[in-house]
Write a protein that binds this ligand. Structure first.
Ligand SMILES: C[S@@+](CC[C@H](N)C(=O)[O-])C[C@H]1O[C@@H](n2cnc3c(N)ncnc32)[C@H](O)[C@@H]1O
Length: 116
């Protein structure tokens, strides 16, 4: 196992790791702007290998962004494997990359955590 200590938002942190069979975007989508969620899903298509899996989380508070997140993954060539329901309380999604990964751009900051 390899552990990288660094800024998880910057694409350079993944230069030697992408595309990966498993990408975890957990504890991110509930702490960044909708625009950053969209951008990060776009970069998922570079981070995740063909046939690979992204597991992501997002709270279900209104306005519930989970359906839109699913639309954005679909636009990036991912198929849903499992997505929780509002009754679960917390949103957990699993999407599989159906296409071929794009090149990961260098020096891009995918998201910024919002102040609490
Ligand atoms: C909501 S917690 C989620 C922790 C864990 N991933 C989970 O799902 O339980 C978000 C964590 O990401 C850290 N964080 C925020 N921005 C980061 C960044 N750019 N790079 C690495 N960690 C970051 C925060 O300090 C916080 O510890």
């Amino acid at each position: 196992m390899q552990v990288v200590v660094g800024d998880a938002a910057v694409t350079d942190a993944y230069a030697d790791l992408a595309p990966a069979d498993l990408v975890l975007l957990c504890g991110v989508f509930g702490n960044v702007s909708d625009a950053d969620v969209r951008a990060t899903i776009g970069h998922s298509a570079a981070l995740c290998a063909s046939g690979g899996t992204v597991i992501w989380t997002r709270h279900r508070r209104e306005p519930d962004l989970v359906p839109t997140i699913c639309d954005w993954f679909a636009q990036e060539g991912f198929a849903p494997v499992a997505v929780g329901t509002p009754a679960d309380g917390v949103g957990v999604g699993v999407h599989r990359q159906l296409g071929c990964p794009r090149p990961l751009p260098s020096g891009v900051t995918m998201f910024h955590f919002l102040p609490r």
